[in-house]
Design a protein around this ligand. Structure first.
Ligand SMILES: NC(=O)c1ccc[n+]([C@@H]2O[C@H](COP(=O)([O-])OP(=O)(O)OC[C@H]3O[C@@H](n4cnc5c(N)ncnc54)[C@H](OP(=O)(O)O)[C@@H]3O)[C@@H](O)[C@H]2O)c1
Length: 413
């Protein structure tokens, strides 16, 4: 450590959030306290933080606690002075995320988060990319279930395609084969906030519909991107498919990875995501049910009284989410099908061993944050807004397989 370097590797900001608590528990389990990874937990409430530390048991008794509030820039500056990486779970990010990101970009502090809010990512890139490049801050959004399995799944598939075919696949589909999990109040609040912003600003709807909306300015390949917006039949998988809600963020991150890597997946790269619902009438009815449910949720979310009724009576409130048992029993199985121009194809499978949004997300985020703090040198990857695949690549796949319960495999031939 040089005289100028901050004393810690990592600070978790938002440690008392629903997902932050699971992350902190995971970090204690994986790295201990004052171990190989020097880290601290931060939030706005000292009482809640102390309660959290007590609940973690004797192994966490020495865990350093720090107080910071997004409304107090000085407190965020103090956080950034104390760590090389800050990981934030304070969301909805479009409401609370900007002050910390601004300070990180200005001070050269590396940053990662769990946002799936495309409109906010776009705004942050526009406002702080220059500052991050100048200061050396590496900013990497969407380091949870959205969008790491998708982003690294495509990276992995293309690596194997190049090995097998000598070229990447211009056409890739991700299909959710199986998934069990629930949503937290914070995630629901983030989705509802996007729907609210779109209802208030029609320009935003166009921005969100643009598959390249978070790619660098001026990047606009003349390729029509596919999108599964309703129930349909997928002949490649011989099954019915329904829209997958996370495709709205995942496809944007994957396209940004292609743009940042100098089109490593090709200039004509096409990518979409959907949920497999099975064969026959049952598969078709399930696909139609999911599509109708999603459309109904979006419409209700945009209408004030319906939205308030949903928030009050139906959806989980901020701070709540799936039980520890539901997290343990959750899992996912994603399939990636890549095809090259002569018709040859390759299939990869990515699986996770806990519920996607929390149990698995916390393990993924812990490894991504540790990877940023310990594995990726600034001289190799300088400041700016990265994606998981372009910043972490194979190194994070190794960590996720070794420590986060994920698998990455080619499953044909
Ligand atoms: N990408 C993924 O796969 C994924 C998965 C899970 C969650 N997420 C996202 O992660 C975020 C957190 O979700 P969650 O369910 O954990 O949310 P949550 O429980 O509602 O937590 C929100 C947190 O923000 C904190 N906060 C609010 N205002 C603050 C302020 N002024 N200063 C400091 N902290 C403040 C709250 O502090 P208090 O504790 O003091 O109230 C709380 O800890 C959401 O945006 C969600 O969409 C993403």
């Amino acid at each position: 450590m040089t005289a100028a370097s901050p004393p810690r590797d990592l600070i978790v900001f938002g440690a008392t959030s629903f997902v932050g608590q699971i992350l902190v528990r995971r970090l204690v389990e994986r790295f201990g306290v004052h171990g190989k990874l020097e880290w601290a937990a931060a939030a706005r409430s000292a009482t809640k933080l102390e309660e959290l530390r007590r609940s973690l048991g004797p192994n966490a008794a020495q865990l350093p606690l720090l107080i910071a509030d997004v409304a107090d820039e000085g407190s965020l500056r103090k956080l950034c002075a104390q760590a090389r990486v800050v990981v934030s779970t304070v969301g909805p990010y479009a409401l609370y995320g900007e002050p910390l990101l601004k300070v990180c970009a200005g001070t050269g502090t590396d940053y990662c988060d769990l946002t799936g809010e495309v409109q906010w990512i776009r705004r942050m890139i526009q406002r702080y990319e220059v500052a991050a490049r100048n200061s050396g801050a590496r900013i990497v959004h969407s380091c949870g279930f959205d969008s790491i399995p998708s982003d690294l799944g495509v990276h992995f598939l293309q690596r194997e395609a190049i090995r097998r075919f000598g070229q990447p696949c211009p056409n890739v589909k991700m299909r959710v084969k199986a998934l069990r999990g629930g949503a937290s109040g914070g995630t629901v609040a983030s989705v509802i906030n996007v729907v609210k912003e779109v209802a208030a600003d029609p320009k935003l709807r166009r921005e969100l519909a643009d598959p390249y909306s978070i790619c660098p300015e001026g990047y606009a390949p003349k390729v029509r991107q596919p999108s599964v917006g309703s129930a349909g039949y997928d002949a490649d998988f011989e099954a019915w498919v329904a829209p997958f809600i996370m495709s709205a963020i995942n496809t944007r991150i994957v396209q940004r990875s292609n743009a940042l890597s100098g089109q490593a997946y090709g200039a004509d790269f096409r990518y979409d995501e959907a949920t497999l619902t099975g064969r026959g009438l049952k598969g078709r009815m399930t696909a139609m049910g999911i599509a109708a449910g999603l459309a109904g949720f979006m419409v209700a979310g945009a209408i004030g009284p319906a939205r308030r009724a949903l928030e009050r009576f139906v959806l989980p409130v901020p701070g709540s989410g799936p039980s520890p048992e539901a997290q343990r029993k959750g899992f996912y199985d994603l399939r990636f099908l890549g095809r090259i121009a002569d018709g040859r194809s390759i299939m990869a499978k990515v699986t996770g061993d806990r519920d996607p949004g929390y149990g698995s997300t916390a393990k993924i985020l812990a490894e991504a944050a540790a990877c940023l703090a310990q594995d990726i040198a600034k001289r190799d990857k300088p400041g700016g807004f990265w994606t998981p695949a372009t910043l972490f690549g194979d190194r994070l796949i190794e960590r996720l397989e070794a420590h986060a319960g994920l698998t990455f495999d080619v499953i044909d031939g």
